[in-house]
Design a binder for this molecule. Structure first.
Ligand SMILES: NC(=O)c1ccc[n+]([C@@H]2O[C@H](COP(=O)([O-])OP(=O)(O)OC[C@H]3O[C@@H](n4cnc5c(N)ncnc54)[C@H](O)[C@@H]3O)[C@@H](O)[C@H]2O)c1
Length: 249
């Protein structure tokens, strides 16, 4: 009997993570997925199991992993965003409360190390890790702690690639631009203002879908990307290139 290929996706209960779960299954990268999340996701597919845990807490991750009982071929460190303090640019400026800053870094960077420190030692030749960073980690960001945490995640991805490469394990990251998940509904509740602001900053003039980010993750975790490691792929409509230039060229 062939072994069923497993993926563990953190933060896979909703938003981008849920789209990643679907893409990994639909594109036949793996046969089943264990979601590590604080909340329960949709339970409409018996190839998906949800294991409640807090990815910032090593004991919680250990318990969830013991519950899964198998080593994955794919690990997606995706959980991130708002650690519950309300992610708004006004609150996350240069002099924000240090405890809030720490929580933001814990969720958006340290958690990837926490999860990988538990699961990584069991990964074998052919395995792949993908981390969800952000273009906030590639440019100066008004969300100071968030941007710094994602920049750290990108750098950590590069260092890890050097160590995991000789073991046949790849590690990459995606840097999503702007996708209207719960995160952005909090940041800019007004949909027209949101669209205008995205169009003003994006050469392709619009935001991205969870499926577009998930496609990139599925590719990076598949054997089609067998020579790619240590990279961060921005899926951002060109936002990191600077705002669109209109007119005749
Ligand atoms: N939405 C965007 O525009 C955008 C842009 C760039 C990067 N990102 C990144 O994409 C990832 C997913 O974001 P999203 O927009 O889907 O957000 P979301 O809030 O819709 O989903 C995040 C998921 O992570 C889970 N989660 C949060 N804290 C957790 C914890 N401590 N332990 C376990 N699970 C936890 C949540 O329960 C939720 O299911 C994040 O890393 C975020 O920083 C999002």
């Amino acid at each position: 009997m062939t072994k069923r290929r497993l993926a563990i996706v953190t933060g896979g209960a909703r938003g981008l993570g849920h789209a990643m779960v679907r893409a990994l299954l639909d594109q036949d990268v793996v046969d089943r997925v264990a979601v590590f999340d604080l909340i329960d996701g949709p339970s409409d597919d018996d190839r998906i199991t949800v294991h409640r845990c807090d990815v910032t807490d090593v004991e919680s991750v250990r318990a969830a992993y013991a519950n899964v009982g198998a080593a994955p071929r794919v690990l997606v460190n995706n959980a991130g965003g708002d650690p519950g303090s309300g992610i708004t640019a006004a609150q996350h400026g240069p002099f924000e409360d240090p405890e809030q800053f720490r929580r933001m870094v814990d969720l958006n960077f340290t958690s990837a190390h926490v999860v990988t420190s538990v699961i990584g030692p069991d990964l074998t030749d052919g395995a792949a890790i993908c981390n969800t960073a952000s273009i906030a980690g590639q440019m100066a960001s008004p969300l100071f702690a968030y941007g710094a945490a994602k920049a750290a995640l990108i750098n950590w991805t590069m260092s890890m690639a050097r160590v995991l490469g000789p073991k046949g394990i790849r590690i990459n990251a995606v840097a999503p631009g702007v996708i209207r998940t719960q995160l952005w509904e909090q940041l800019e509740p007004d949909i027209d203002r949101y669209k205008e602001s995205v169009a003003a900053r994006t050469p392709l003039l619009s935001d991205q879908t969870p499926e577009e980010i998930a496609d990139a993750v599925a590719f990076l975790c598949s054997d089609r990307a067998s020579s790619i490691t240590g990279q961060t792929l921005a899926i951002d409509g060109g936002m990191t290139m600077g705002p669109p230039i209109h007119g005749n060229v």
